[in-house]
Design a binder for this molecule. Structure first.
Ligand SMILES: Nc1nc2c(ncn2[C@@H]2O[C@H](COP(=O)(O)OP(=O)(O)OP(=O)(O)O)[C@@H](O)[C@H]2O)c(=O)[nH]1
Ligand SMILES: [K+]
Ligand SMILES: [Mg+2]
Length: 357
């Protein structure tokens, strides 16, 4: 009998079996067996199978967020809750066998959320679809590490080992950046080299984003902003099943969000955090003589230029570009108009007009 038939057989038996105290143990065994067979489906079929390439999912929207974690932490449940896409969720491991994209619509942005198969210990060595999962996750602008709040802290360490092995940098001190958290005293910022690719202000903004208001930071390498940021959020799901004290303890960890998909707890906050973390900017476009189009903003990553705005509207715009006008807003009121080139960096909520040849 093939694996697929065995899976079908077990699923049928589970459906037939009434759920009660007497069958609890038997159902548990069936679930474990089911998970084992489904894990087999995830094994690469050829030696090179799935090695370096991710799942083939078209990027769409303004940014991509990937969900990564051990099996049955609730990744698919979250996708189904946060987007209009349904991804099968069930009480056995390896329910999800491929990448399932959904779209979060928030503050005028379309954010692609990718549900992925659970990864197993040894994933980085090629177990399961580990490498495929990880290469897909690496195409994302933000990785959400999902953890089960009811499981021990050990799960996080094991997951970190796997992700570290494949070059997904985790939230720890970066090379040549010494970082010390304090309880008071504000931020002490020191560098031993000249920073050419980022600056103190940017780094302070990032620290504020992580709610790190008191720390010593010493930078000894000409890092880029990207090297400094770990675009990761740890998400603890299933907080409905732990005590309030435990929830509080988890929630106090840095860059951590605690949620319950089942009870709909804190999901709005999670989406808001995703938006913040992606550092998207919303640009309103304005045709000559008309009011700005407030309904359909162009969403771009922070640091985007007028050229990106052009490309966000129509391909030909940048080629035929003559100049742009930006309504610079102070306290939400347009206060001056700037004539700008393609290289001009736009800011959140700028109103922009493009003039072509
Ligand atoms: N108590 C509780 N259970 C949850 C919550 N979210 C999901 N679950 C349950 O956890 C189990 C696994 O959920 P899935 O969404 O299938 O988990 P997954 O991470 O996608 O699992 P795989 O695809 O197998 O890796 C299901 O039985 C869900 O009903 C939650 O917030 N609280
Ligand atoms: K599952
Ligand atoms: Mg799943």
């Amino acid at each position: 009998m093939g694996v697929l038939e065995k899976i079908k057989e077990i699923e049928e038996e589970m459906a037939r079996t009434q759920k009660n105290k007497a069958t609890e143990y038997h159902l548990g065994l069936l679930k474990a067996k089911l998970a084992r067979y489904r894990a087999q489906l995830l094994e690469p079929t050829t030696k090179s199978g799935g090695a370096g390439t991710g799942f083939d999912v078209q990027k769409s929207g303004d940014a991509r967020v990937a969900l990564i974690g051990f099996p049955s932490v609730g990744k698919s449940t979250l996708l189904s809750k946060a987007t209009h896409t349904a991804s099968e969720a069930a009480a056995y491991e390896f329910t999800t066998l491929t990448a399932i994209p959904g779209v979060i619509e928030y503050k005028g942005a379309r954010i692609q959320l990718l549900d992925l198969p659970g990864i197993v210990e040894g994933a980085s060595q090629g177990r399961g679809r580990g490498r495929q999962v990880v290469s897909t996750a690496k195409t994302a602008d933000l990785i959400m590490i999902m953890l089960d709040a009811t499981k021990s802290e050990e799960q996080k360490r094991l997951l970190e080992i796997e992700l570290d092995a494949v070059g997904i940098r985790l939230n720890k001190t970066k090379p040549d950046v010494v970082f010390k958290k304090k309880t008071t005293g504000g931020i002490t910022f020191n560098t031993t080299v000249k920073l050419t690719k980022t600056d103190e202000k940017t780094i302070r903004t990032i620290l504020a984003g992580y709610k790190l208001h008191n720390c010593d930071i010493m930078i000894r390498e000409d890092i880029t902003t990207d090297e400094f940021i770990d675009v990761l959020i740890d998400v603890y799901n299933k907080i409905d099943s732990i005590s309030l004290e435990q929830v509080d303890k988890l929630a106090r960890q840095p860059h951590t969000v605690v949620i319950s998909c089942e009870m709909d707890l804190n999901l709005d906050y999670l989406i808001d955090r995703i938006w913040d973390e992606l550092k998207l900017v919303k640009i309103y476009t304005k045709k000559r003589g008309a009011h700005p189009d407030l309904d359909d903003p162009v969403c771009l990553r922070k640091g985007a230029t007028i050229e990106d705005v052009c490309n966000g509207i129509h391909r030909s715009l940048a080629t035929n570009f003559r100049y742009g006008l930006v309504w610079v807003r102070v306290l939400r009121v347009a206060s001056s108009i700037q004539k700008v080139s393609l290289q001009h960096q736009v800011a959140d909520e700028d109103v922009v007009s493009i003039f072509t040849k």
